[in-house]
Design a protein. Structure first.
Length: 201
């Protein structure tokens, strides 16, 4: 989906908004326009591919759990398939980095973004239930476009950016629930966190 269609505004308008470093939401208004980006069936296939034919098919998997974060690529101890599913059904959030290589739709969307922004990547965040474990208040160094593909997510967006204060000192700006088809734009280094209101991608 081209950037102007995605944002529901001309590119010139976005170019004017971008330097202001303000977050904004593009509502889907009930249209599930991202439904083909990644499905629960694809998530199931991804998780069940571990160890298939002796190959490690999920090197980019990260799990946010009660003690911190597991990174399948970097951690010395590799979780086994049963342990991965235990984390999933226990309510830990899963991050699939470099997910533009998981299907053609994500790959094409990443290419469309790169026409405007240069090199980038897609990450999938997914959880099996309400109140899943997620990252605490944090800021990302890059611009983020958050596609709501499945389920509803409650966003806590803060007023400050990373250089202005520590995460715990950030002041809440707004709480907003975003649903399937909604898109959230976050400028670089703006503090935020999420709460899952049910299973989500």
């Amino acid at each position: 989906m081209k950037l102007d269609k995605l944002l529901k505004m001309p590119l010139e308008d976005f170019k004017k908004l971008r330097p202001r470093k303000k977050w904004f939401v593009v509502k889907g208004n009930g249209e599930k326009r991202f439904k083909d980006y990644f499905s629960w069936k694809e998530a199931d296939q991804y998780l069940n591919s571990y160890g298939l034919s002796g190959w490690d098919r999920m090197p980019q998997l990260q799990i946010i759990h009660e003690k911190g974060k597991y990174c399948h690529k970097k951690d010395k101890y590799k979780l086994q398939k049963r342990e991965i599913f235990d984390h999933w059904w226990k309510g830990d959030s899963f991050v699939l980095s470099l997910s533009e290589f998981l299907n053609k739709k994500l790959y094409n969307q990443c290419e469309d973004f790169e026409e405007f922004f240069g090199r980038g990547q897609a990450n999938i965040y997914m959880s099996s239930q309400k109140d899943a474990r997620c990252f605490p208040i944090h800021a990302d160094t890059t611009e983020n476009f958050l596609f709501h593909v499945r389920g509803t997510v409650r966003w806590y967006i803060y007023k400050e950016v990373q250089a202005e204060c520590a995460p715990d000192d950030a002041t809440l700006d707004r709480v907003i629930d975003l649903e399937e088809g909604d898109l959230l734009y976050l400028p670089p280094k703006l503090y935020h966190r999420v709460e899952t209101l049910g299973p989500r991608i």
